[in-house]
Design a protein around this ligand. Structure first.
Ligand code: PLP
Length: 376
């Protein structure tokens, strides 16, 4: 059987990882500043993470969700405390799209409505409901899960004030737009969303799948604005590569049996991985590291003249290039052995491990100097 060919893949097969580094089959060493779309939060092959997973593998507990699993409670307690949401409730699932799907469904249950406000250039995942709230006509299927979505320009207060009515079930917004090119919602815009949602009885969903888990220097990107959303979705960095997702649900939303469900969500290995990630983030002070290295990079990147704009917070950064440098990402990979990401048409995305070191951050800056001097 052949694989269904839907991903553009680099012809590189990693066989070993350590910290921010990867090795391929031929023994080439790569600096990973992308972490498989922000997935690698605490670094490749972290010993504490591997130990927790191996410890779990040695047990017999691979059962899915019909018996008690106290690891889920441990994870909920830790996540609540570290994220600053001790009173929210946690629903565990397997991916970011699934988390958003469940959040949209919850909003519909709670409000009895189906209209949703989303934002231009948003990306919320590829399942039917999540993709319907994604502003990319190329990947939206001709039907969706039944929500009616209106897309508004990010940070346009006038457009939002007009669109937010009593018919709206939910407003869904990324903490920082990732796939859309690292676009930041203004703090005052998020405050407006929070206030208006309360006024009309809509739920505010903060998609922190890419921007969350300490990447910005706070646990969730929206926490810079001081708001408390009804629903927060998370995945990617949560498991450092192990598939896991979650929805943090405000205390006033009451569950009932069968309201949501899952076979694999919150399985033992996913919990072991997620607990290990939180322990490492806390013990190694990775949020602080993300913030200071992010500030350092942003400052330095602004000094390169062919870079027209640098956007981001902590270690979620995008920088725009002038046209002649559009092949830069491939040069970084094939000439300098540095993985980065992209957002079309000309943004390079940096989403490294939160344990990145300063000398590793400098390797990118040196490579950029070489490439930019050659072309200038
Ligand atoms: N939400 C955001 C902001 C994302 O960036 C992504 C993936 O890139 C998703 C949701 C979907 O996550 P997953 O691919 O785990 O379903």
């Amino acid at each position: 059987m052949k694989l269904f060919d839907v991903y553009p893949l680099f012809p590189i097969e990693p066989v070993k990882g350590e910290g921010s580094w990867l090795w391929d089959k031929e023994g080439n060493k790569y600096l990973d500043l992308y972490g498989g779309h922000a997935v690698i939060s605490i670094g490749h092959g972290h010993p504490h993470y591997l130990e927790k997973l191996k410890d779990q593998l040695d047990k017999i507990s691979f059962y899915s969700n019909s018996v008690q699993n106290s690891m889920q409670e441990q994870l909920a307690e830790k996540l609540g405390r570290i994220s600053g949401y001790p009173n929210h409730q946690l629903f565990l699932c397997n991916s970011g799209a699934e988390a958003n799907e469940n959040a949209l469904k919850l909003a519909s249950f709670v409000t009895g409505k189906k209209k949703v406000i989303a934002f231009k250039k948003s990306f919320h995942g590829r399942t039917s409901g999540a993709v319907a709230a994604t502003d990319n006509p190329k990947i939206v299927a001709p039907f969706n899960a039944g929500h009616e979505i209106e897309f508004l320009p990010l940070n346009d207060e006038a457009a939002f004030n007009q669109a937010i009515t009593k018919d709206i079930a939910a407003v869904i917004i990324e903490g920082i737009q990732g796939v859309g090119g690292i676009q930041l919602p203004n703090e005052s815009f998020l405050q407006l969303l929070s206030k208006k949602c309360k006024e009309v009885g809509a739920l505010l969903i903060l998609d922190e799948v890419q921007s969350g888990y300490g990447r910005t220097g706070k646990f969730f990107a929206h926490q810079f604005s001081g708001i408390m959303p009804d629903l927060i979705t998370t995945a990617k960095g949560m498991g450092n590569g192990f598939p896991v997702g979650g929805v943090l649900i405000a205390p006033d939303i009451k569950p009932w049996s069968g309201m949501l469900g899952t076979t694999f969500g919150g399985n033992y290995l996913a919990c072991a991985a997620s607990i290990a990630v939180l322990e490492v983030i806390e013990k190694e002070n990775l949020m602080k590291n993300a913030q200071s290295l992010g500030n350092y990079w942003i400052e330095k990147l602004k000094g390169f003249s062919p870079i027209t704009q640098v956007r981001g917070r902590g270690l979620i950064i995008g920088f725009d290039l002038t046209e002649p440098f559009s092949g830069l990402r491939k040069d970084l990979l094939f000439k300098h052995k540095i993985f980065t990401g992209e957002a079309k048409p000309n943004t390079v995305r940096l989403l490294p491990s939160l344990a990145l070191k300063k000398d590793e951050a400098d390797i990118l800056l040196q490579a950029l100097s070489i490439e930019i001097n050659q072309l200038a």
